[in-house]
Ligand binder design. Structure first.
Ligand code: ADP
Ligand code: GLC
Length: 494
């Protein structure tokens, strides 16, 4: 099949979170199965043109009532099969993408012209296919920045080479919807009656994700449990009604992980490789992690790690807020070391700096580091994810693969991938709690640390059990293929 991924992020080119890992690793898995996969992405300023090849001639894209000119670059996706490489196209436009930041910068977290930037990008996707004379069977759009591609396909573009193209929209995070003033609608070049029939309207605003949810032929999200949760009020972010209505077109497929990148046997960021047969490299990783964060090099103490965007979604309000039971009490009351790597909301970054200066067993690194994220996964005993909601979550799967026990909230993909410890039987692969409160986090961390010191054999057995789990794309890539095969442009559109 010919599959085109429309996305705002893909590793190694542009990443703010798991979306980037997922799009690239899924594309590689599909190409490994013999399918023809291409990716289209904006050429952000941070993506060096040096490694890319420019396609001949500029491309005119109809947006905002005029024609917007852009260049197109192309490169092979690193890690994709040599015999069947995944081509990545980059839409280059100086005014929209020639600046730092993907969606924004700290001073302006959501660029004012984002609705126009991503409207232009989505329209350019169609022009690109015409330019290279390659038309997909499936247009697979990811999250709100690419949602408009499914709308454009349904309203106007489904002709010529696209006559038989079907669209799949995948929700990676329902918390981000792309809601903007209607003033930006003109930029889509769609008639005003389509504003209502496509479902853009949202309390007098324009909601890009909502129009995508109503226009795509099929919908999916990144874990079965989140597919179910999003059809309920609590996690539906006001889209639960639409998702319930479209439930026959909506499925949950668990993300896989790129086992070429996340593998303790081959990880170049670890001081020494390790596997279930020889775990000595994990002890070496723990020592390196302690050294890196300036903690005493004690092999016996329990070590808790976190790598995360510092946003409400990740439970940081409960973990680092000023309530009893939060990180401060945890580190003061328990025999443990705590390391965190993250960036995000300013209050939280400041709080982490403050905790690092007040507590000897707590160390934070503010920023983004691929290398350190691998070291935290490998060197920690436990990995904490107290997420408010988690569509899939990749870090708990990385943790299990690295023999690091996840401590997670029972939600979304975390519930699909982690099994709670049973201290009677010793079964399980991690520790779980239901309520998102400082007290529950405190209690569950306390339980994990207790098990670490008092149920050593069970804990070691859990590590090996987690490492034996298969989180590769093998199964899930086939599920996407089965879904693509069921798709036809006429089916499902509301
Ligand atoms: P989300 O996409 O919601 O942030 P995921 O668990 O799906 O959550 O994916 C997060 C990805 O981003 C993981 O690959 C994680 O290692 C990475 N990540 C998040 N913050 C950082 C950071 N500060 N440094 C390095 N990697 C990070
Ligand atoms: C989103 C979600 C995360 C998921 C990722 C990749 O960023 O927050 O849970 O793993 O997308 O699908």
């Amino acid at each position: 099949m010919k599959i085109l991924m429309a996305t705002s992020e893909a590793v190694p080119f542009a990443k703010t979170g798991g979306l980037a890992d997922t799009v690239s690793s899924l594309s590689i898995a599909l190409a490994d199965l013999g399918h023809e996969v291409r990716i289209v992405l904006p050429r952000y300023y941070g993506i060096d043109r040096g490694g890319l090849r420019q396609l001949e001639g500029a491309m005119g894209v109809h947006a905002g009532g005029g024609e917007v000119w852009s260049a197109v670059y192309v490169a092979d996706l690193p890690g994709s099969p040599q015999k069947n490489p995944v081509a990545v196209y980059f839409i280059d436009h100086e005014q929209f993408f020639g600046r730092d930041g993907i969606y924004g910068v700290p001073a302006e977290p959501d660029f004012l012209d984002n609705p126009r930037r991503f409207t232009f990008f989505c329209r350019a996707v169609f022009q690109l296919c015409r330019k290279v004379d390659w038309y997909p069977d499936v247009l697979h759009a990811h999250d709100w920045p690419a949602a408009l591609t499914t709308v454009f396909l349904k309203f106007g573009e489904r002709n010529g080479g696209f006559a038989h193209t079907a669209s799949l929209f995948t929700i990676h995070n329902l918390g981000y919807q792309g809601i903007y003033s209607k003033d930006n609608y003109y930029y889509t070049n769609l008639d005003w009656d389509i504003f209502y029939s496509a479902g853009f309207d949202d309390w007098n605003m324009m909601n890009l994700l909502k129009a995508g949810l109503l226009s795509a032929d099929k919908l999916s999200t990144v874990s079965p449990n989140y597919a179910w949760e999003t059809q309920m009020g609590q996690h539906g972010f006001r889209m639960d009604g639409i998702l319930r209505n479209r439930s026959k077109d909506y499925s949950g497929i668990l993300n896989g992980i790129d086992t070429a990148v996340w593998n303790p046997k081959t990880d170049p960021f670890l001081p020494k490789p390790y596997s279930a047969e020889d775990m000595s490299g994990k002890a070496a990783a723990k020592e390196a992690l302690q050294r890196e964060f300036g903690l005493p090099g004690d092999p016996e103490v329990s070590l808790i790690g976190m790598v995360t965007r510092l946003t409400e979604q990740k439970g940081v309000g409960e973990l680092f807020g000023p309530t009893y039971g939060s990180a401060w009490s945890i580190c003061r009351d328990m025999n443990l070391q705590f390391v965190i790597l993250g960036s995000g909301e300013a209050w939280c970054e400041n709080e982490l700096r403050s905790l690092s200066s007040r507590l000897s067993n707590f160390k934070a690194r503010i920023g983004y580091s691929e290398r350190l994220s691998h070291l935290v996964e490998g060197g920690s005993d436990f990995f904490l994810m107290p997420s408010r909601y988690e569509p899939c979550g990749l870090n708990q799967m990385y943790s299990l693969t690295y023999g690091t026990l996840p401590i997670v909230r029972n939600t979304g993909g975390l519930a699909d991938t982690v099994e709670n410890f049973n201290q009677e039987t010793g079964s399980g692969t991690g520790f779980m709690f239901d309520d998102l409160t400082p007290q529950s986090i405190y209690n569950t961390l306390g339980w994990a640390v207790w098990a670490y010191y008092n149920r050593r054999e069970q804990v070691e057995a859990m590590r090996l059990r987690g490492m034996a789990r298969d989180f590769s794309w093998k199964k899930s890539a086939k599920k996407y293929i089965a879904l693509y095969e069921r798709m036809s442009p006429a089916s499902g559109s509301s």
